[in-house]
Every structure is written in C-alpha cells, then in structure tokens.
Write a protein that binds this ligand. Structure first.
Ligand code: PMP
Length: 392
C-alpha cells in the first residue's frame, strides 16, 4: 500500500509541536465523500431524466403495505441484497423512509404505540450518538431513552438497538440485554447501516425482525435521503408506514427513482462481469470501495504505530461470502483513544485543529473520540499528518 514515508528525524513527518496548523479539518460527521471518484466515472450511466409531467401523484403502489414506495425501488433493493447476500428479504415487508433516520423513529413508534408506559429505548455503549436525541426530541411519553443496554435491569418493556458493525467503534454486535435478569418483553431494532462488503466481511444473511439499511452508507449517496426497513411482521410494517405518512406523506419519488437507477447500474456491472466479462474489475463498486477503506485503515494504523499518543481498536478477521476472502473490518469511523489527555475531543481540537466527536456523546469515555474516515482524500491525508506531529 501507498503509505506516507516518515522523514529520518525525531520530529515525525517533519512536523513538531511548534509547527503552526492553519485551519480546522472537520472529521465530526460521516459525510461519505470518499466514494465520489467512483461515481464520477459512472456519472453518465446513472443519469436519470424526469419530465415535467411525471411523478405528480402522492401514490405509488396501493396494493402494497408501503403504498408510497415505488415498485422499481423495491425490486432494486431486493436485487441488491440478493447480490451481496447481507440480508434475507424473502417473505418480508420493505418500508422506504427519508433516510434510515426517519425509519428509526418509525420503528420506535411501531414498537411503542400499544404500550401504556413510555417504552425504554437502549443500546450498548458506545452507541450511535443520534439515537438518544431522536428518541427524546418530542418528550412524547411514547418512548424514552434509557441509556446503556449493558446496564439495563428494569422490569419494564424495552427496545434494544443493535448496530452492527457499530458506529462509533466498528465492533460486530448482537443484543446484550440479559433476558434472564429482565423478564419484560424486549423488541430489537437491527441497524445494519454498515453491513456492506466495503466495511466488513459478509458472514451471513441477516434475518432479524426489523432491519434498517441506508443508501447513505451503502453507495455514499447520503443526499438522496433514502433508507429502508426490512420487516417480518406486517402489523409493524403498517405502523411504520403510518408514521411516515403522518410525518412526510411518503418519500420523494425523484429520490426513489434515482436510487433505483444507481442500484440497477451497480448490480448490472456485477452481472456483466460474471456472465459476459463485459464489465471490468475496476468497475466493481464494493471491491473498489473496500480497497479505499483498507488503504485508509492501513495508513492510519501505520501512523498510530509510530505514536504513543493514540490507540485504535483491533478487529478479528472473518471470511466474507461476497468477496470470497478473509479480511478485517474497515469501519467508516476510527474510534481513537487518546493516551495523553483525559479529553480526546478537546485534545484533537485544541492541539491539532481536528474536529471530532467525543466519547461522552456515545455514552462512553471522554478519552475516546470518533473520527470520520469517509471524508475527502485531502482531509484524510491532512489528518494523518497532524496525528504525526510530535507533541513531546
Ligand atoms: N444509523 C447509523 C448507525 C448511522 O451511522 C447513520 C448515519 N450516520 C444513520 C443510521 C442515519 O443514516 P441516514 O442518512 O439514512 O439517515
């Protein structure tokens, strides 16, 4: 791999603590700009033309539970999961949402709406920082955030959110609430935003009651705001559809059409590669994106190895049924531990002018901070340079 070479002096990478760092780099959000180069090459193939007279109706598919979902998007999503083998869509309902953010709230509503008391919503720490605010934003009395699932010992019904691979730390997870200790009924939401081959080996076809996926992290088209839920229970799928109807009367058809087209292009390339050899290896989205993620992780690990200031989690290898090779997880975020300061976020901000999200936001330790690895190449390279600054 193309790793940065270190100059042969004791001020690693040519920087020292007296080096002035000019501007901030923002690695707080997971904006997926890393994939833009790939899509630039596919620009023409993915272009969608929508005429002035098209897509006027609110309605899409009245015979289906999710009546505002366009059939071409439903078929494209099924095709994508069949190609990747990461989720079982057979005999399940698919609900489209404005990002998986809206579907998370729809799932909370669906699981809580028959309960008299506010439903406890929990996730094992460190958990995705937005769950807490999304749960409590309305102070609704329908559900309430109840913190770390590892510590949950109430005898009350709960919803546990299982994020795998996890945001922020990339760990592979399952539910943690000990059902023997807690006799109450528990519902599970599996947030599988990062269960795609460029981030982690695809070890099995996920087949849970309620799974959330997002186009944002799959291909990087976060701006289209398309997410989907794969749901076993028809009544739950109906309630989620109702929630989306009440909050936005559906999901933009322009977005649905665009996403269906991009998925179609992505899948066609694989099919042409396997069947007729008319696509090139360099056009395979997941393989190419996995190389990008791997390269970033290898560069980052190399820089961290030279430094006593930070450490990173390690990930076990697993066999990926999609790429047919054994590999590590290459998460979208680095969960950095600062060995020099009790407040990693403030250390990064004050000393290195790097904006990251501190551990407390994830219900965890402030010695950790989450740094996005999905940003633009120049920001990533600058991040590596700054981590190499010798502060001693
Ligand atoms: N779940 C997880 C774990 C995420 O990291 C994100 C995006 N950062 C989301 C959900 C929300 O994604 P969307 O863009 O689909 O709303």
């Amino acid at each position: 791999p193309n790793l940065p070479s270190l100059p042969p002096n004791n001020s690693k990478n040519g920087f020292s603590s007296s080096t002035t760092i000019k501007s901030f780099i923002n690695l707080d959000q997971g904006d997926p700009m890393l994939f833009k180069e790939y899509w630039r090459k596919m620009s023409e193939k993915c272009t969608v033309v929508i005429k002035g007279c098209e897509l006027l109706s609110y309605l899409s598919d009245l015979g289906n539970v999710c009546w505002f979902m366009m059939p071409e998007l439903r078929e494209a999503i099924k095709r994508l999961h069949a190609l990747v083998g990461n989720a079982d869509t057979n005999d399940k309902y698919i609900v489209v949402g404005n990002g998986s953010t809206q579907l998370f709230q729809a799932a909370l509503y669906a699981f809580s709406s028959s309960s008299d008391e506010p439903m406890n919503v929990i996730a094992a720490s460190p958990y995705y920082s937005e769950y807490e605010e999304q749960t409590d934003i309305l102070h609704s009395g329908v559900h309430k955030w109840s913190g770390d699932a590892m510590k949950y010992d109430k005898n009350e019904a709960y919803i546990e959110v299982v994020t795998s691979p996890n945001n922020p730390d990339g760990s592979i997870r399952g539910p943690v609430v000990n059902n023997k200790k807690c006799e109450s009924e528990g519902k599970l939401i599996h947030d599988l935003a990062y269960y795609w081959p460029h981030y982690t080996p695809i070890t099995h076809k996920a087949n849970h009651d309620l799974m959330l996926f997002t186009f944002s992290k799959c291909t990087g088209h976060a701006g289209s705001r398309i997410g989907w839920a794969i749901v076993k229970d028809k009544e739950i799928a109906k309630k989620m559809t109702k929630f989306i109807q009440m909050s936005s009367i559906g999901v933009s058809k322009e977005s649905q059409i665009r996403v269906a087209k991009i998925i179609e292009v992505l899948c066609d390339i694989y099919e042409n590669f396997k069947c007729s050899g008319s696509s090139k290896e360099t056009e395979l989205f997941f393989e190419l994106s996995k190389c990008l993620m791997k390269e970033r992780w290898e560069k980052l690990r190399e820089v961290i190895k030279q430094s006593n200031d930070f450490s990173l989690p390690k990930f076990p290898k697993a066999y990926c049924n999609f790429t047919n090779e054994s590999s590590e997880t290459y998460p979208a975020f680095a969960w950095l531990k600062c060995n020099k300061d009790d407040d990693c976020e403030s250390y990064l901000e004050k000393k290195l002018k790097i904006l990251a999200r501190g551990g407390t936001r994830f219900g965890s330790d402030p010695r950790y901070a989450r740094v996005s690895l999905l940003g633009k190449a120049e920001d990533f390279e600058e991040f590596l340079k700054r981590l190499s600054i010798d502060m001693n």
